[in-house]
Write a protein that binds this ligand. Structure first.
Ligand code: ZN
Ligand code: ZN
Length: 324
């Protein structure tokens, strides 16, 4: 069925953000819904040097701005939804600002705020939206939180996002998704994430090797022990844990959790051998895995900024020497 085109005479709805506004921002293009925002040039100029320059350049002497006849400015390249939210925040019209923003809109919002150099003005909101999305590690586009927290200059959230990516991804973060079409994030961040994933994966895989005091328990002469060892490796194999391969950190743990207990019978040998630890082996390994997963570090945003040429910064999160 053919759609009826909107009559050209139909004026887009105007959202009044400043009653005595002197600028009418016209948003949207042929593909995006159109909307006009009546705003105050003073409010926008206060938080955004880009808007300030724009108004100064367009309205020179003799063309002063007035609320009697607001000047129109077309911004067809800017996302109407994001620009409306941004202008509402700037004009403190916050009653109907969404409490949640999906990751695509949030990424667009971050790009817009960077373009207009007004990251500081929106920080409390960007924090709320990022924190809301942080636990949802499996939503499509989750990796964009890396770019969002980087561009929005949120050190705690950047640490948590990187920590979550290390815990919940295998080897790589989807660079294309994360970058959202822009090259804000230095390549070194992706390299470090990959290094961290390898580091923690190796540590977790290492816990699967049955240890026994200083020896690995596999060379014991106790016959019961060698039966248990065989049983252990065959159960690991059933769960895809042996031979070891790259997996998401939490997946190693979940697979081990679902592994049936080892078959053990009381062994009366006098050896300090695998038969003695087998009954508690699974729990011991789970504990070690949890300790490693809980200790996973994230990346310090300020260290990344400094590595990429920003000088005189102090780390806003406390951290020791980063292990990757
Ligand atoms: Zn034994
Ligand atoms: Zn640091």
């Amino acid at each position: 069925m053919a759609t009826t085109p909107t009559p050209p005479s139909e004026a887009p709805p105007t959202v009044v953000l400043a009653k005595r506004g002197d600028i009418l921002l016209k948003l949207g293009d042929a593909n995006l819904p159109k909307v006009s925002l009546l705003v105050s040039s003073g409010a926008l100029s206060t938080v955004s040097p880009v808007f300030e320059d724009m108004f100064n350049a367009r309205f020179k002497e003799g063309q002063s701005l007035s609320s009697a006849a607001p000047r129109e400015i077309e911004l067809p390249d800017d996302d109407p939804l994001c620009m409306t939210i941004l202008c509402k925040i700037i004009h403190l019209q916050i009653d109907d600002i969404p409490r949640q923003l999906d990751v695509i809109n949030l990424a667009n919002f971050a790009v817009l705020c960077d373009k207009y150099a007004c990251i500081n003005a929106v920080r409390p909101w960007s924090r709320i939206w990022v924190l809301e999305l942080l636990p949802a590690t499996h939503i499509p586009g989750y990796d964009k939180l890396l770019m969002i927290s980087y561009v929005m200059d949120l050190p705690d959230e950047f640490f948590k996002v990187t920590q979550s990516l290390i815990r919940n991804r295998t080897f790589c973060v989807d660079m294309e998704v994360a970058a959202h079409g822009h090259d804000f994030i230095p390549k070194s961040v992706f390299v470090r994430l990959q290094k961290a994933q390898v580091l923690y994966q190796n540590q977790v895989v290492d816990t699967l090797e049955p240890r026994f005091g200083s020896s690995n328990g596999l060379t014991s002469t106790c016959p019961e022990s060698s039966t248990i060892v065989k049983d252990y490796f065959s159960k690991l194999k059933d769960r895809g844990l042996w031979p070891t391969k790259a997996m998401v950190l939490t997946q190693y743990r979940d697979q081990l959790k679902s592994m049936p207990s080892l078959v053990t019978s009381k062994c009366h040998c006098s050896l300090w051998a695998f038969c003695k630890t087998a009954p508690t082996l699974k729990d011991t390994i789970l504990q070690r895995m949890n300790t490693i997963i809980d200790s996973t570090q994230g990346i310090c945003l300020d260290c990344v900024y400094q590595d990429n040429g920003k000088e005189g910064l102090k780390c806003r999160i406390k951290h020791g020497k980063e292990p990757f």
